[in-house]
Design a protein around this ligand. Structure first.
Ligand code: CTP
Length: 404
């Protein structure tokens, strides 16, 4: 499967001799079916002309941050939203330093800061500059900000020296990029996802439920499967078809969802609780249809099992991700949930009028111990891929840390 097909890649070119390879990179991206747009820094234009990049990309090249003509065609925020991924190749020492310091003094650095999609950089510089502690500190900062670095390679440099600092070859970059899309980031891992609402019977014809459509959970299951995971989707009743290559376990009630999850969780590496589980069920559902004989009707409700807490409290829990839907104080509640429920990650979204439930778009604030990121409003499919990318990163980091 060609995972770059139809992907929108924003290729950033900063100033360095390796910029001559960027034209070939664009050509190869297009050959793989990716839609590539180029943004150049002013110093990159000293090494390769915007005209060359325009010819190979077949699209206008963007250079200036405050260019009324360019902003009219596609403004910088639109460009950041358009992209599925930003690849900066070559990334010079100066460019990396500017992004690490949070400077947004030109178009490309602004896009890197404004993006909620993965940002990948391919460093290219003289080996002494790469080894300099200041550059290494910037590298550590960028990694903290979830920027992925590809390379640099080691070898002969344009300046005549030998050492680390050479930009990876276009083909190496393309392969790494393709992997990070399809990626084998969850390859071989069992991922259990809950989705949709649950229904708790009041009598044989009525039930308690909520407005969840299941879209977000299904998109998460699909993205996890695209990333190579063996996905089990435990889903309450929804009107959507389960994604291909995903094992679908349909359930109705919270108790059934709990049982299904527990039957699957032993060998799961990752658990993602995207379901809007009903918090309460009727203590005793009526076995016959309730007649409206009285003006008032009392229902005695009982708490349902908290599936997420049950998984997180296991002796050897999988990497556990919860969702938090809140109408107010979103980040406070979400961070409390992270701690109280002993989660590895929580994805929080605002719900209310036309927000969160039963909508095509969503936005998320994602938190983990010691960090967090905001994923801007986007279709749920795109958000799900970004979330899976974050989960895979954190999962591998946690495992690497535990191995040491
Ligand atoms: N969840 C679960 N089982 C339940 C209830 C919730 O697995 N019985 C999961 C949801 O899938 C979601 C997270 O828990 O990932 C939501 O947390 P929760 O504390 O239940 O949210 P609220 O019901 O909104 O909590 P609060 O009472 O704080 O509003």
């Amino acid at each position: 499967m060609n995972s770059l097909l139809g992907k929108r890649i924003l290729l950033g070119v900063s100033g360095g001799i390796a910029a001559y390879k960027s034209a070939d990179l664009v050509r190869k991206l297009r050959e793989r079916g990716a839609d590539a747009r180029v943004v150049m820094t002013r110093s990159a234009c000293e090494f390769i002309t915007p005209l060359t990049m325009q010819a190979v990309s077949g699209k206008p090249v963007h250079v200036e941050l405050l260019d009324y003509k360019a902003e009219g065609a596609m403004g910088h925020i639109d460009l950041a939203r358009w992209a599925d991924m930003i690849l900066v190749a070559p990334a010079s020492a100066n460019f990396m330093s500017r992004v690490a310091q949070g400077q947004a003094d030109d178009l490309l650095s602004t896009l890197c800061l404004a993006a909620s999609v993965p940002v990948i950089m391919a460093p290219a510089m003289n080996q002494q500059m790469w080894l300099n502690p200041a550059t290494q500190r910037n590298v550590a900062l960028l990694k903290d900000y979830q920027v992925t670095l590809l390379g640099p390679g080691v070898g002969d440099q344009a300046c005549g020296e030998t050492g680390p600092g050479r930009m990876l070859e276009p083909l190496e970059l393309i392969d790494a990029l393709a992997k990070s899309f399809l990626s084998d980031r969850m390859s071989g891992l069992k991922v259990v996802v809950t989705a949709g609402p649950t229904r708790e019977a009041i009598d044989p014809v009525r039930y308690i439920s909520n407005r969840s459509s299941g879209r977000m959970g299904y998109a998460v299951a699909r993205a996890a499967s695209e990333a190579g995971g063996h996905v089990v989707l435990v889903s309450g009743p929804t009107a959507i078809d389960p994604p291909e290559h995903v094992r679908h376990c349909p359930v109705i009630t919270a108790a059934e969802m709990h049982n299904s999850v527990m039957a699957e969780i032993d060998d799961a590496a990752i658990f993602i609780a995207a379901a809007a589980v009903a918090d309460y069920r009727c203590n005793q559902a009526a076995d016959k249809k309730i007649k409206k004989d009285n003006d008032e009707l009392e229902l005695l409700l009982k708490k349902t099992p908290d599936i997420l807490a049950a998984v997180a409290n296991r002796k050897l829990p999988p990497f556990t991700v919860g969702f938090a839907a809140e109408t107010h104080s979103l980040s406070d509640y979400a961070q409390q949930k992270l701690i109280n429920k002993k989660l590895d990650m929580v994805a929080a979204n605002q719900v209310g009028e036309n927000q969160g439930f039963d909508t095509k778009d969503n936005e998320l604030e994602v938190f983990w111990s010691g960090g967090g990121v905001r994923l801007e409003r986007a279709p749920k499919e795109k958000l799900a891929r970004q979330l899976i990318h974050l989960i895979a990163n954190r999962y591998h980091e946690k495992n690497t840390a535990q191995a040491h």
